[in-house]
Design a protein around this ligand. Structure first.
Ligand SMILES: C[S@@+](CC[C@H](N)C(=O)[O-])C[C@H]1O[C@@H](n2cnc3c(N)ncnc32)[C@H](O)[C@@H]1O
Length: 275
């Protein structure tokens, strides 16, 4: 009897070295968890800490619009800005699909502010660290101070302190939408960036499309490194902002963390604009 050869399926994985923000559909699946916890936290901060009503909200680094769209759903007048055209287009599409109005603009968070003063500025999941040089970060902080009304809030989430530069300390998760599966890994390979005071954060997306094709998208982001001291100084040094509370990415205002100088990990800070 002749033996049949085994059936072998060879899957060719295409590796793409690129900016993951320029692949917004994949990026949006990777970060496609429900933004309700984050936005509930933001609203709780408005209620607890803002002087006066919060109506106008600005989200710099809005990406594909997850937070901006959820805020608009809850009735806020939202402006989002992002540097990458594909991300802004995708966010506009998502807003249309959600049936909400969000003013989504292509621009640089170092230079842009909405035309009218806002009551709150929200920027979560480490985005502010993408302002890689000290000068860019200072310009970003100045822009925030110039466009946020007195008594308004800045809610900013980022990682601070030194993490062990090992792949084993990576964050890894998998999400799926409409047959496309995206496995995400994020870790620090322990390399400094070209800009002084930065390090590289590597993100690897493994995408399996519904037709079985597989892609690997590798992005190295240059991220500004902060200690608790340098982070606070950036916003407090000119007396523009007052730190009200710090918590972790568990988004629980009732579980504040101490702002110790050697703190390492993700934080979410709530500042108020001083007069
Ligand atoms: C981590 S993602 C944002 C995610 C989004 N805020 C969310 O919570 O889902 C960071 C975004 O910042 C954008 N970005 C990077 N540098 C920027 C800059 N200078 N001005 C505006 N956007 C910038 C990137 O294009 C990317 O979409």
């Amino acid at each position: 009897m002749t033996r049949r050869p085994p059936i072998v399926t060879i899957v060719c994985m295409e590796t793409i070295q690129a900016n993951w923000y320029e692949h917004p559909r994949w990026y949006d699946i990777a970060f496609g968890w429900d933004p309700v916890t984050e936005v509930d936290f933001v609203e709780a901060a408005f209620e607890r800490f803002a002087d006066g009503e919060v109506k106008r909200v600005y989200e710099p680094f809005c990406g594909t619009g997850r937070i901006a769209i959820e805020l608009a759903r809850r009735g806020y007048l939202v402006t989002g800005v992002d540097l990458v055209p594909g991300a802004v287009e995708y966010a506009r599409l998502r807003a249309r699909e959600a049936g909400v109005e969000v003013e989504l603009t292509l621009g640089d968070a170092c230079a842009f502010m909405p035309s009218q003063p806002v009551d709150a500025i929200i920027t979560l999941i480490d985005s502010f660290r993408l302002l890689a040089s000290a000068e860019m970060a200072a310009r970003g902080a100045q822009q925030f101070a110039s466009g946020l009304r007195f008594g308004g809030l800045l809610v900013i989430g980022l990682d601070i302190g030194e993490k062990p530069p090992l792949e084993t300390h990576e964050e890894r998760w998998t999400l799926e939408r409409a047959g496309t599966r995206v496995e995400t890994r994020v870790f620090a390979p322990g390399r400094p960036g070209k800009t002084p005071g930065t390090s590289i954060a590597r993100s690897i997306l493994r995408v399996t499309e519904s037709n079985g094709r597989e892609y690997e998208l590798v992005t190295d982001d240059e991220m500004r490194d902060y200690t608790m001291g340098s982070f606070r100084a950036l916003f407090e040094i000119n007396g523009d902002f007052e730190l009200l509370t710090l918590t972790s990415r568990k988004y629980d205002l009732d579980r504040p963390i101490e702002p110790t100088p050697d703190h390492c990990g993700d934080i979410v800070a709530v500042f108020r604009r001083r007069e």
